[in-house]
Design a protein around this ligand. Structure first.
Ligand code: BGC
Ligand code: IFM
Length: 811
């Protein structure tokens, strides 16, 4: 069952009923001011950091779901309604929400009055614009009243939801004309405040939540709206809100637009103000003046559309499969940008107060967006690398505002260092900008320890080279990619956290998955060394890699698949001898992507085992058989019920690894089959089972051992976005930026006749036509560049600004 449909021309998902299985959200903003907006106008806004600069309040885990947002109430006679249905839930005569790239449009109609709410964050500004256009569709004049409503957060979102003895007394606001200023904490010589304004004189306001809602009421039935009149309340402590009252009369067929602006202002630290609590309003007034007319808002919207169209023109495909095209050209890349912006901070499943930026997460996210904004990828790499320790290990997380490593979590996730190589290689392949390798970068944010970025890569590889276990495989530390495989936490006491207590690294527990990474990213490191003239060092790295390959094919090979790990007692994890958890997905994908066992047959055997043992109609589960018993010596993994999360859920993040791996062995049909199973556009028809947004990936889909098989959870902020884009763009469609050039190596389903693709790479535009006359799955037999035959399938860079016509014939 569907709850809407894609509009490919508009690049929108159109939701046609407010009663979706879960709130279906969109993200507004891509620089500093961000808003989450659900299809019923729920959600919240923040500036840069969702924990420390939360602008509006949201209640996670609330009933009814999705409580709080920017709500516009319309009182038309005795009927009170919202264009987005929530929170009054008054039945609408029609409803539609269009989630587009950086904007959403929610339209409701009731009793011949149409209310269209356009929401977006303008490029280059720190505000959300909500334009409400009201149209009288009846044949008689209509008079009604509009009330805006949002609830301010007292900035620090954790403190706001815990420290009530203080917070009930700190709230301060000011109202001047049509602008409501939220200035709580300004008294403490903080330099920021928020404003909520509308571009018309108002007929009343409220800033006290109690006054607006009335005692013992809720958002669903505010007393002020029922009475049709604001009380002009001024909040003193308690809960400050922003409410404007605008009385409207419309002749038949006429429209009126009201432009609301929710803005964040930060005055420079050194700016003096008259007295404590007195804010300098100049910047706020200038902001309001920037969006006072429809023409200004239209121009800002046009800039937003241009921004996205420019970004997404970097990679676009045209094939015979419209679902493939819509995911590649729009939604997958869009999600990659959102994960770049948010990391794992703020979604409807991440509270914005927990994790900061993840070292491994951000490095992987970069693989999916580096082609969109290479300059920001560069900046991100340098930020991440500066949190690395001098020995090459890394803080697992860092704070976006301070960019400092998070000491509470510390280091010890032994896959982390290698992801830095992956990110830098991707950046170099995309840009050819080797100057980044010479950039001095701190270790542990300590400037006196700064070394060129290349030295950071050296220490990344070096850390794993010097941290091996009894079999010669890399030590796992606290966990590798699988956060819940905590093989050194067997001494944990009940109630203690798995990942932050107990020995973080033992001398025994090893990871075959990290070994696969060591080979894949060790080879990339060697390529970087070669390209920078360090040939002897490159050879030494390759010798190390070869040794590890051998170790994987011996100690890491179980006979029919790659083992997962050895635990702290030296027992095999992920082998036939195990009672549960005999086979895991991660090493199969990673080791084959690394090329291990490709020439000697193990790779194909391992992928066949994945198909036989882990595959389901909704995707590949993480392991089988699921753990039904609790294993303290394995860590958090068996704390999940069978079929959920890391305990045999379909972890969408590592499904593309297997798809990529299938292309490595030339299986285009199977690679595409795997791609489609978790790809949102292909499973839109089962939205009632899948439940999360049908236009973005979720982290996990319940596996076949779960009662809710097929149900997705944790949409939006997941490494799945980047890896599925890498899979489809580089491995399936086969356009791979490498240090040597742009490699064209498609591996597609045999029935595909070919496709055309535009790729902007290093400033030049490549118009690529791939033909598959013999209906093969892989192989390039001929390639021409601007009509001239070339040998091989790697395109050398050409001057920026040129256009290159490339024809590729598979064979
Ligand atoms: C994983 C979870 C795990 C959590 C806390 C996260 O990164 O997604 O599965 O429960 O870490 O340990
Ligand atoms: O690899 C992790 C990631 O860093 C956060 N989410 C879960 C993944 C698997 O455990």
């Amino acid at each position: 069952m569907k709850f809407g449909h894609f509009s490919d021309t508009a690049r929108e998902y159109v939701i046609t009923t407010p009663r979706t299985p879960l709130p279906w959200i969109n993200y507004l903003g891509s620089e500093a001011f961000f808003s989450l907006v659900s299809h019923t106008a729920g959600g919240y806004s923040f500036y840069k950091d969702a924990k420390l600069r939360r602008i509006t309040r949201y209640r996670y885990n609330n009933v009814p779901a999705d409580s709080n947002g920017r709500y516009y109430y319309i009182k038309d006679g005795d009927t009170v309604w919202n264009p987005g249905w929530q929170p009054t839930q008054t039945e609408l005569d029609s409803y539609e929400c269009r989630h587009g790239l950086g904007y959403s449009i929610i339209t409701g109609k009731k009793n011949s009055l149409t209310a269209k709410l356009e929401l977006f964050v303008p490029v280059g500004d720190n505000c959300e614009i909500d334009r409400l256009v009201l149209t009288n569709e009846s044949d008689a004049p209509k008079s009604f009243t509009v009330f805006s409503y949002l609830e301010f957060c007292l900035w620090n979102a954790v403190d706001d939801s815990t420290n009530f003895q203080r917070n009930f007394s700190t709230g301060e606001v000011e109202v001047e004309g049509s602008t409501i200023y939220h200035k709580t904490e300004y008294r403490e010589r903080r330099n920021h405040y928020a404003l909520f304004t509308v571009n018309t004189p108002i007929d009343g306001f409220d800033t006290s939540r109690d006054a607006f809602l009335g005692a013992w009421r809720s958002n669903a039935n505010p007393e002020v709206v029922e009475n049709g009149r604001c009380t002009n309340s001024v909040a003193h402590g308690w809960a400050p809100v922003g409410v404007h009252q605008v009385n409207v009369t419309l002749q038949p067929g006429k429209s009126r637009s009201l432009i609301f602006v929710l803005g964040y202002i930060e005055n420079p630290e050194d700016e003096k103000w008259a007295a404590p609590g007195v804010i300098n309003k100049t910047r706020a007034q200038a902001m309001a003046a920037r969006y006072a007319t429809d023409a200004q808002v239209d121009a800002a919207l046009a800039r937003l559309h241009d921004h996205w169209n420019n970004l997404l023109s970097t990679y676009s495909v045209k094939s015979s499969d419209e679902k493939l095209d819509r995911m590649v050209n729009t939604w997958n890349q869009y999600q990659c940008m959102v994960t770049f912006n948010m990391s794992r901070s703020a979604s409807y499943y991440e509270s914005g107060t927990g994790r900061g930026m993840g070292f491994r997460d951000s490095c992987q996210d970069l693989l999916g967006f580096v082609h969109l904004i290479p300059a920001r990828a560069r900046e991100r790499i340098l930020d991440i690398a500066a949190t690395q320790f001098p020995d090459g290990s890394a803080y697992h997380q860092y704070q976006p505002l301070t960019k400092k490593g998070n000491m509470d979590i510390g280091s010890g996730f032994n896959d982390d260092p290698l992801w830095l190589i992956a990110a830098v290689y991707a950046y170099l392949g995309e840009t050819g900008d080797y100057s980044i390798l010479d950039e001095p970068v701190d270790f542990d944010n300590d400037h006196s320890l700064a070394q060129p970025l290349l030295e950071h890569l050296r220490r990344s590889f070096g850390y794993l080279r010097t941290h091996k276990g009894p079999h010669g495989l890399p030590l796992i530390g606290r966990a590798d990619w699988n956060d819940c495989l905590n093989l050194n936490c067997f001494s944990k006491e009940p109630g203690e956290s798995f990942q932050t207590t107990g020995p973080s690294e033992g001398p025994v527990a090893e990871s075959v998955f990290i070994a696969g990474m060591y080979v894949k990213y060790g080879n990339q490191f060697a390529e970087i060394l070669d390209s920078t003239g360090h040939t002897d060092e490159a050879a030494a790295v390759r010798a190390e890699v070869a040794e590890m390959e051998h170790t994987v094919l011996t100690a890491g090979w179980d006979g029919k698949w790659f083992r997962r790990a050895y635990d702290a007692f030296g027992h095999v994890i992920g082998g036939e001898e195990c009672e549960e958890g005999k086979i895991f997905i991660e090493p199969q994908g990673m080791c084959v992507m690394a090329g291990i066992g490709v020439d000697t047959g193990e790779a194909v055997t391992a992928l066949q085992s994945v198909k036989d043992k882990l595959d389901t109609k909704y995707g590949i589960v993480l392991l089988q058989p699921a753990y039904t018993k609790y294993h303290l010596e394995l860590g958090e993994i068996s704390s999940y019920p069978p079929g959920y999360k890391e305990n045999a859920g379909i972890f969408c993040h590592n499904n593309p690894w297997v798809s990529c791996a299938e292309t490595v062995v030339g299986h285009g049909d199977r690679a595409f089959e795997i791609y489609k199973k978790t790809c949102p556009a292909y499973i839109e028809d089962i939205s009632e089972i899948h439940r999360t947004e049908p236009y973005v990936y979720s982290q996990m889909v319940a596996g076949r051992d779960a009662a809710t098989f097929g149900e997705a959870k944790n949409s939006w902020l997941t490494g799945t976005a980047a890896w599925t884009f890498v899979d489809v763009s580089q491995y399936i469609l086969g356009i791979q930026p490498t240090l040597a050039g742009l490699k064209i190596d498609p591996c597609i389903p045999h029935e595909m006749d070919g496709f055309t693709l535009r790729r902007v790479w290093r400033g030049a535009t490549y118009e690529i036509v791939v033909e598959n006359p013999d209906h093969l799955e892989k192989g390039v037999k001929a390639m021409t560049v601007d009509g001239k035959p070339v040998s091989g399938n790697i395109l050398s860079p050409v001057p920026a600004g040129s256009t290159v016509e490339v024809k590729v014939v598979m064979g």
